[in-house]
Ligand binder design. Structure first.
Ligand SMILES: [Zn+2]
Length: 508
């Protein structure tokens, strides 16, 4: 019998968010599962652990030891250190209490930062490695926006990234990490890792794998993975709002027993990725122009991508920019918006369904970026805020967003939530009785992840020029600690430029 421990610990941090990652981000915007709850909740889902279990479930000779699954669909600033330490201790206590193990699989994001701890993912993976010793196989999966550090790559036998953005292959990444773990245990593979780090950060809007420059990189990555001797290939277009000395895009190739093969291909793909760096900046439509186009069209729905306020990119989800502009425009077609404001939720619940009230909403969590707006609306629905994804990303996983109300003011339906929520799935709106396909305008706080579910029915997707903590205008941020030189803050000729750029071969 093989005994394999599994764990999931992820948050995506944004250095420019004034809101630290704290317990509610996991308890009310994500999931926090322990022991057997993990199997109950994640088996059969499209999450990483769902994919890993699909690999192990048919095997009667494998016992899965579930440790901890802590994830948040809403990112924030760096995590409170006490929260990070508590979750990591919980994970490690369960790992030590697990008894004899043959291997460990850890699902991570890879861009998690805690207070006074820049490389929190590396800390988790190193702690797992330390707990199990140097010889036990450990594999990990990462989001495509991971900041893959040398420390992370050194801690595990193999590191597997998502190959899609919008992310629709979380389960594939988890399944692949598990397959490599099992092959290693069987002696059928001995993974060796080459990590190329590129001194560059890129906006997310043009980072899709379905079209545009990053799709060219990913095509090579996916083709490589089917070549002999290659166990896994990944390219990471890093979460760019990380003001850290050691941040950059990367390419990871895991080969079987052949470090030179891993290195050759990793360097080749890193070169291709680097050569495309000037193709990533995104054209944005002035906000009022975008709203006019959406509201005057006889097609629907127009989806407005508010990436700068994407909770999945670490923003607060309480930007009022689009709402403010809409309130100043006469129109009669339905518009769906959402915003975080626990006080407004409380007041609306006290007033009750059918009552009309005036509240100041949003704009409080990040005053450097957003400001509140006065909104008079009628309370249409009140709910506990739970919703389950139905699209390819996290299908079957239940997310929370705290108590949630819908306020209606004429054609504007404003969903107000206690906590920020992942915005990739139309269930965000459908779960409170609002149908995005029937609306004229739908605001989605996501740069790209929403496209997988929304593009099939959207008349058009627009990227309005709005401010925010996750703006694609990377030159506009007050960078203080970021490692220099780095593209696009500096002009560089080669991705091999130190201190960030270079090739590292994993030591395991
Ligand atoms: Zn991502």
């Amino acid at each position: 019998m093989l005994r394999i421990a599994i764990a999931d610990f992820k948050q995506e941090s944004n250095s420019f968010s004034p809101v630290p990652g704290d317990w509610p981000h996991f308890q009310q915007s994500g999931y926090l599962l322990r022991g057997a709850e993990i199997l109950d909740q994640l088996r059969g889902t499209a999450a990483e652990i769902g994919g890993a279990l699909r690999v192990t479930d048919p095997r009667r000779d494998i016992e899965i030891v579930p440790l901890l699954a802590a994830g948040t669909g809403a990112s924030a600033g760096p995590m409170r250190r006490a929260l990070f330490d508590a979750l990591l201790s919980d994970l490690l206590d369960r790992l030590r209490a697990a008894g004899p193990l043959d291997g460990v699989y850890v699902s991570t994001h890879g861009a998690m930062v805690a207070e006074d701890l820049d490389d929190a993912t590396g800390e988790v993976l190193q702690a797992v490695r330390h707990a199990v010793g140097p010889n036990l196989p450990v594999t990990a999966s990462c989001d495509l926006h991971a900041n893959v550090t040398r420390r992370m790559a050194d801690a595990v036998n193999a590191l597997v990234g998502y190959q899609t953005f919008p992310h629709v292959d979380l389960d594939r990444a988890g399944g692949r990490a598990m397959e490599i773990l099992l092959a290693t245990l069987a002696g059928a593979a001995r993974p060796v890792t080459a990590l190329c780090r590129l001194p560059m950060i890129l906006p997310g809007e043009n980072g899709a794998t379905t079209e545009g420059p990053f799709s060219e990189v990913m095509r090579e990555v996916i083709a490589l993975e089917s070549e002999p001797g290659i166990l896994s290939a990944s390219a990471f277009s890093v979460q760019p709002w990380l003001d850290l000395p050691d941040v950059g895009c990367s390419v990871v190739v895991v080969a079987d027993r052949d470090p030179a093969l891993a290195r050759t291909h990793a360097e080749r793909i890193a070169g291709l990725f680097w050569d495309l760096r000037d193709h990533f900046p995104v054209a944005r439509t002035p906000l009022r122009e975008a709203l006019h186009r959406a509201l005057q069209s006889d097609r629907r729905p127009f989806v407005l991508s508010d990436g700068p306020d994407a909770p999945s990119s670490g923003s607060t989800g309480d930007s009022t920019e689009i709402l403010k502009a809409l309130l100043e425009m006469p129109f009669d077609k339905t518009a769906l918006l959402n915003i975080v404001d626990p006080d407004a939720v409380e007041r609306a619940i006290r007033a009750g369904v059918g009552q009309t009230l005036t509240v100041s909403v949003g704009g409080r969590l990040a005053p450097a970026f957003f400001s509140p707006v006065e909104f008079t609306g009628t309370v249409r629905t009140i709910s506990d805020g739970r919703f389950t994804h139905k699209g390819a990303a996290y299908r079957g996983v239940e997310f929370q967003r705290g108590r949630t109300v819908v306020l209606q003011s004429g054609p504007i339906f404003l969903m107000v939530m206690e906590q920020p929520a992942l915005q990739w799935d139309p269930e965000l709106y459908r779960s409170v009785g609002l149908e995005p396909a029937d609306a004229q305008l739908v605001a989605v706080k996501s740069p790209t992840g929403f496209r997988a579910a929304y593009a099939p029915f959207a008349a058009e997707i627009l990227i309005p020029d709005v401010r925010g903590i996750a703006s694609p205008d990377l030159l506009s941020f007050p960078w203080r600690r970021i490692g220099r030189p780095i593209h696009p803050l500096d002009t560089l000729n080669t991705w091999r430029t130190p201190p960030i750029g270079g090739v590292f071969i994993g030591s395991l």
